[in-house]
Design a protein around this ligand. Structure first.
Ligand SMILES: *Cc1c(COP(=O)(O)O)cnc(C)c1O
Length: 408
């Protein structure tokens, strides 16, 4: 019967559906994935790929990790959501375990990363007025050039990326931008109205930009001296990605607020959190902030399992060891199109010379060879596999990179 449309089967069918009905706010590679396990994903044609993006770090623990999956299905069959109008038996345990792991005092659970960022900004402004004594309406928050903190209006308002901002104004006032990695510029920007400095320990979306050694330590000192809250956005760098639980550990510092998301659920569910000391978190009172889904029992059970396996299965140590190996292998590739290789742990980027004509073409070639990664800012390839990757799987990926990047 011609009224009954046949089920889509091929890559082309699925792409046509997406293009016909979906907003076009993404430009994905034309591969339609249907299954994942560990570092691998499979497309609808049955082709296997090694995932070198990990959904921007949401799936650090590997696709469909069996222990997180078990926690998800067990909890989903029992109780999924209560709203925060009532208490649930997973929330307190989630708080306790996350605080113990990250040595934090208090947790505020949300869903997406952007929501965690928004929550932190609200907390800091209120702290500024009530504790620091900033005059009403004057609170300032300092952010960095080339930042990426999400897509809400407040956040894109202080982005320096035109594509993220253009056409979305007017924007919220109260933000100041300083160059990333420049502690003197930060110092000059601080005034008596400054309540917070928001920064990524390593800028992910900007192309794995690692600040000069000592920068975060200096920022920590400045924030302490001027009574400014240091917010580290560890939504991408956190939970093992850089070879430490939190990237702040590389400089031996502690943020006042740390933001985690993405891998907090092992990719199963949107779970984010603001980790805080007591002084800042205590400015919030009932009714002043919240989220229907934040802290629901399903999210908590999934997150508890996701952080447990990170630790129990040695994923953080593996990220440090395999990250070093991956960098060594990349440096061995003889190529005159590679401008720079950067990385810490399994957060790695290869920046190409502009003459190479952009990174997209290389991502497409790599996909043909069974390796998935995504270009950022035109000419940078990011390599961020799940933290469970083995040496021989890195060897496989490097064979593909060598084919694509070698020029002699
Ligand atoms: C991904 C990301 C966010 C935003 O997270 P969403 O879950 O997409 O809202 C914020 N900050 C950083 C550093 C990120 O990488």
């Amino acid at each position: 019967m011609d009224l009954i449309r046949s089920e889509p089967h091929s890559t082309g069918d699925f792409i046509a559906l997406e293009d016909r009905y979906g907003a076009s706010n993404y430009k994905p590679l034309d591969i339609v994935l249907t299954r994942g396990e560990g570092v691998y994903v499979w497309d609808v044609e049955g082709k296997r790929y090694l995932d070198c993006l990990s959904s921007y770090s949401a799936v650090n623990q590997g696709h469909c990790h069996p222990k997180i999956l078990a926690a998800l299905s067990e909890q989903a069959a029992k109780l999924a959501i209560t709203s925060r109008a009532f208490r649930n038996d997973q929330l307190g345990l989630f708080y306790e375990e996350l605080c113990a792991l990250t040595r934090s005092h208090k947790v505020l659970p949300m869903n997406s990363g952007a929501e965690a960022v928004e929550t932190a900004l609200k907390l800091c402004r209120k702290w500024g007025y009530e504790v620091k004594g900033v005059a009403p309406g004057k609170a300032e928050i300092i952010v960095c050039s080339h930042n990426f903190h999400g897509r809400t209006l407040a956040i894109v308002g202080f982005s320096t990326d035109e594509g993220s901002r253009a056409g979305f104004g007017p924007f919220a006032p109260g933000f100041k931008v300083v160059p990333f990695g420049d502690a003197q510029a930060l110092e000059r920007a601080i005034t008596e109205n400054t309540v917070a400095f928001l920064v990524e320990p390593i800028q992910g979306e900007a192309g794995v930009i690692i600040p000069p050694a000592g920068y975060l330590k200096k920022a920590r000192e400045l924030c302490t001296r001027h009574r400014v809250i240091l917010i580290l956005d560890e939504i991408q760098t956190g939970l093992g990605r850089t070879g430490k639980l939190l990237a702040e550990e590389h400089e031996g510092i502690e943020a006042d607020l740390s933001l985690v998301g993405k891998a907090l659920s092992g990719g199963f569910y949107p779970v984010s959190a603001v980790l805080s000391n007591k002084e800042v978190m205590d400015v919030l009172h009932p009714g002043e902030h919240g989220s229907t889904f934040g802290g629901n029992p399903l999210a908590c059970a999934v997150a508890r399992a996701a952080i447990r396996v990170l630790k129990d299965e040695g994923m953080i140590e593996n990220a440090a060891a395999m990250g070093g190996y991956l960098l060594d292998r990349l440096h061995d590739i003889r190529s005159n199109i590679v401008k720079e290789i950067r990385g810490r742990g399994l957060m790695v980027a290869v920046e190409l010379h502009p003459e190479a004509g952009g990174a997209r073409r290389f991502c497409e070639e790599l996909a043909g060879l069974g390796v998935l990664c995504k270009e950022t800012h035109g000419s940078t390839l990011r390599i961020m596999p799940p933290l469970v990757i083995t040496r021989s799987q890195i060897d496989d990926a490097m064979t593909a990179f060598e084919k694509v990047l070698s020029t002699g």
